[in-house]
Ligand binder design. Sequence first.
Ligand code: NAD
Length: 288
Amino acid sequence: MAGTSGLTKVGIVGSGIMGAGIVEVVATAGFDVIVRARTEEGAAAVVAQVTSRLARSVERGRLEQAEADAVIARITHTSHLGDLAGCDLALETVIEDLEVKRRLVGELDEILDPAAVIATNTSTLAVVELAVATSRPDRVCGLHFFNPATAMPLVEVVSPVTVAESTIQLVERFAADCGKETVRVADRAGFVVNALLFPYLNAAIALAERGVASRVDVDRAMRGGCNFPMGPFELLDLIGLDTTLRILETLHRETGDPSSLPHPELRRLVAAGHLGRKTGRGFLEHGS
Ligand SMILES: NC(=O)c1ccc[n+]([C@@H]2O[C@H](COP(=O)([O-])OP(=O)(O)OC[C@H]3O[C@@H](n4cnc5c(N)ncnc54)[C@H](O)[C@@H]3O)[C@@H](O)[C@H]2O)c1
């Protein structure tokens, strides 16, 4: 058992940008972690990514080798969802698609102990829709980590109308055990951060497309003029353009606000498979 939450074993489903980061955060906090991807290779790749990030920290003198070894020893990987049976908490981090997530939480519900908590890392989807796909809606909530999960201090704790206060308190203790600060948010598209951030990112695309400044200069302007650590195009490429498109579509569907109507240039890049850092090219070019 690690920390104050009383949780022992945590299952992470999904091996993308967020899954890999969250596995590292949770294992570093002292929990046993099992990561599940759809393929053995995908699951093993998460462990390889965490291993190489920790090796860099050891090289830079930020971490002892023994600590890195201990973190890696706490991580197991699988392609079988059934292997998550012994987890007290399962956090899904798969593609931002309601049907995929609904199916997944339904399967988790059948596998996990009835007392276990199921959480979602969704950015915008209605958590209540996932809660009611299980037999334990009082133990389903959102735990919205930010990208990169290893560096960003915040986790939004999302309370669907179905959740029990005891579940929220438990996941807040878990997030604190992971070294994160939490903000409780209502189950509304975009919660706090993305409801404010994504209309801004969408507006940056429109601004550059109108020729006000190049993408690179828009980024320089927002770094230098607002002291933001990254410009909007750097951030869009870090998030992933496919994920950005899905988030804007959900925000627009729920709010009707034209500021979240995805810019056509975003759609074009996604159609071309230019998804950002994860494919080497998005709004900007990225070296390997
Ligand atoms: N990228 C971000 O900045 C960010 C930040 C916070 C939250 N999120 C949320 O985290 C979740 C994952 O985002 P990501 O950026 O890690 O995405 P990603 O594209 O890096 O990874 C998506 C994962 O989903 C899996 N997947 C794809 N299709 C699937 C299917 N049909 N069935 C099961 N699994 C499938 C992929 O194999 C991969 O493991 C999404 O809900 C996203 O909204 C993303």
